[in-house]
Design a protein around this ligand. Structure first.
Ligand code: GCU
Length: 643
């Protein structure tokens, strides 16, 4: 680690400790944890250190759990198993990084969820779908291709925050990546599994629904066909020969032109069955994505409403899935927009376990050019009610309805992993939330800052404040009041108000000269009725519908008076000016933090802020000009709008 640059080390950088040196000792279960502990301590680990670090495992602690007990010259870290011990070691190192005194410490910790998953959308040619941090760490030219040292660093980075499952390949599986489950690619994939294994991270493989046809030469992929079932059994057996601890498969079927059971007149439960059965003898699971909707909608069709689709498809199938099928549900019913309600499918099913999918890569949230604190948004996702007395956070846990948390990775081969250095905070926050969804955005942000830049209050306070503000600032210059989209088509960066408005994707704001928004109430598309009564009523009613989601649920005239007395149109104008001002403030704050970090780090983020300011101004001008032109209503403050 010592020869790595600051950018590369991320939150695992050097520990500065002027008073302590450490002698690391351990029992026979502690070999790898000892290595990792010494590695993290760097020069501070010596055979005659003045503090002894004792590492051991003990059966009375839960799997993956650990305890740390500190005395002035003696620290004992105990894990419920080898991986728990490793997590304990990383926690200890993180405390030292933050300059937190460990001499009197006594803590116990264990994960809330035992499936904490990163989904890479890496293509086997080396590109990354929706990737903004370089190329793939795993693939090039249709092959597995990696630098083993860098992968080990990556595994350490992820394990240090508790990630324990990873899917390397994109959910959009094409012929070459479909071959990851064949003898052609498995020997190399097994080498990656070997690198991740000691860090407690197991692989998932995204598979193609038509694999029996593409790889097996069978005429159909019909899940009710016996030959298909047999093909999956044999293929799965081969996979487990190479990777015996594989978690299982991930499937995107019947979604955005991917084939699936629906195209064969079968249900999603029937589609998943032969694959789930093939995985069962090996203890494997299949994560089955629920991102299904009509992606060939005619914009004139106002009956079809994309957010309703997942619930319509899956809810009636509750109880019909094999017990090793876990439904992977995007947190919102649209697609990782800046603001949307939670999917009504989350928590609705009584007999089918779920995996809530978040997106760390900033597809719609600034593409790692703009600063955007996802922790703030995820906190709202977790607080979203299921019933009057229950939030989404309450139904997450290994023995609960949402038994897994996954997120689309924001990592590539850029030196600092995430392109925008501060976007590391999003990766960090996801992993820590998956470990314990009760942590607040402030805690997570402060921890990341202190681990990365050191625990200097002069930096910690303004930087925390800036990062926490960044979601609100971005939202201000984006699409108004929860309506979403308005992005340039295909690549999704920058504004285009009507970009998707007349397209097939079902993503409409339906602005005309008088009104904007979609009526999703019972009297409209009926989407609200998919929620349980408390949530349904909250969104139905204009007075209880959260203001920032008004246009997601209601169609309103531009002169509609918002709570603070402002008209909707004036709100649009004002927020778009405020958004730009917010970015200008960020730049001032960032400039004032120059002396607290290496120059290279400061400059790289400054470059991103320059791009963000340009983006914010473009959003302001495009959105405001569009609505001024459409409505003819002047800005009360008489500001000029340019395109
Ligand atoms: C979005 C995204 C696609 C991705 C899809 C998915 O539509 O733009 O790139 O494949 O989500 O989650 O499957």
């Amino acid at each position: 680690m010592k020869n790595r640059s600051f950018m590369y080390q991320a939150w695992l950088g050097d520990i500065e400790n002027k008073t302590q040196t450490f002698k690391v000792v351990g029992d026979s279960t502690a070999d790898f944890a000892m290595e990792e502990c010494k590695h993290g301590l760097g020069n501070l680990a010596t055979d005659n250190g003045n503090v002894t670090v004792n590492l051991a495992t003990a059966e009375n602690l839960p799997a993956e759990g650990f305890s740390i007990v500190g005395k002035p010259d003696d620290i004992t870290i105990t894990g419920g198993d080898k991986i728990g011990l490793l997590y304990g070691v990383y926690k200890f190192l993180a405390l030292l990084r933050q300059n937190i005194d460990t001499t009197n410490i006594s803590l116990n910790d264990k994960p809330t969820v035992d499936k904490r998953i990163l989904n890479h959308w890496d293509n086997i040619d080396g590109s990354i779908e929706r990737g903004y941090a370089g190329n793939s760490l795993f693939f090039r030219n249709d092959q597995l291709h990696f630098d083993a040292d860098r992968l080990r660093d990556y595994a350490r980075l992820l394990a240090s925050v508790g990630i324990n499952q990873i899917c390397l390949n994109n959910v959009n599986v094409y012929l070459e990546s479909a071959k990851l489950i064949t003898e052609e690619k498995l020997p190399d994939l097994a080498k990656v599994a070997d690198i991740f294994r000691p860090f407690g991270i197991r692989l998932i493989i995204a598979v193609h629904f038509e694999s029996p046809v593409l790889l097996g030469g069978i005429k159909t992929a019909d899940p009710l066909d016996e030959k298909v079932a047999e093909w999956w059994q044999n293929a799965t057996k081969t996979v487990y020969k190479y990777i015996p601890d594989l978690v299982g498969f991930l499937m995107k079927a019947d979604s955005e032109f991917r084939s699936g059971p629906a195209s064969m007149g079968r249900t999603q439960a029937e589609g998943a069955r032969p694959i789930a059965k093939a995985l069962k003898p090996f203890g494997g699971v299949i994560y089955w994505r629920c991102f299904i909707y009509n992606c060939m909608q005619d914009w004139r069709d106002t009956e079809t409403d994309r957010p309703k689709a997942a619930y319509d498809y899956f809810y009636p199938l509750d109880g019909k899935f094999e017990d090793n099928v876990i439904l992977q549900v995007k947190h919102g019913p649209s697609d990782f927009q800046v603001r949307e309600p939670n999917s009504p499918l989350l928590g609705a099913m009584q007999h089918t376990p779920q995996n809530m999918e978040l997106q760390i890569t900033q597809e719609y949230t600034g593409q790692q050019k703009d600063l955007y604190a996802l922790a703030v948004q995820w906190d709202e996702v977790l607080e979203h009610p299921i019933t009057e007395t229950q939030t989404t956070r309450d139904i997450i846990g290994t023995d609960n309805k949402i038994i897994a948390l996954s997120a689309v990775a924001n990592v590539g081969d850029d030196e600092n992993w995430t392109g925008h250095l501060l976007a590391q905070a999003n990766l960090y926050a996801f992993a820590r939330l998956a470990w314990n969804p009760k942590q607040t955005p402030k805690q997570l942000t402060q921890e990341w800052i202190a681990c990365t830049f050191g625990n200097n209050l002069k930096l910690l306070e303004p930087l925390t404040e800036m990062i926490l503000q960044s979601r609100a600032v971005y939202e201000k210059y984006n699409a108004p009041l929860g309506i979403g989209w308005m992005v340039n088509i295909h690549h999704h960066y920058g504004p285009s108000v009507d970009g998707y408005e007349y397209m097939k994707w079902g993503t409409y704001h339906r602005a005309d000269t008088k009104e904007i928004g979609v009526d999703r109430t019972a009297a409209g598309t009926g989407y609200t009725t998919q929620y349980q009564p408390y949530v349904r009523d909250m969104y139905e009613n204009l007075t209880t519908c959260p203001q920032d989601m008004l246009l997601y649920f209601h169609r309103l005239p531009y002169d509609y008076k918002l709570k603070e007395g402002k008209t909707l149109i004036q709100h649009i104008y004002d927020t778009h000016f405020e958004g730009v001002e917010g970015v200008e403030e960020f730049i001032k704050t960032w400039d004032s933090l120059k002396d607290f970090m290496p120059q290279v780090a400061h400059e790289s983020v400054k470059e991103r802020f320059v791009m963000q300011l340009e983006n914010a101004k473009e959003w302001r001008d495009v959105v405001n000009s569009y609505f001024f032109r459409k409505t003819g209503i002047a800005d009360e403050k008489g500001r000029k709008f340019y395109l």
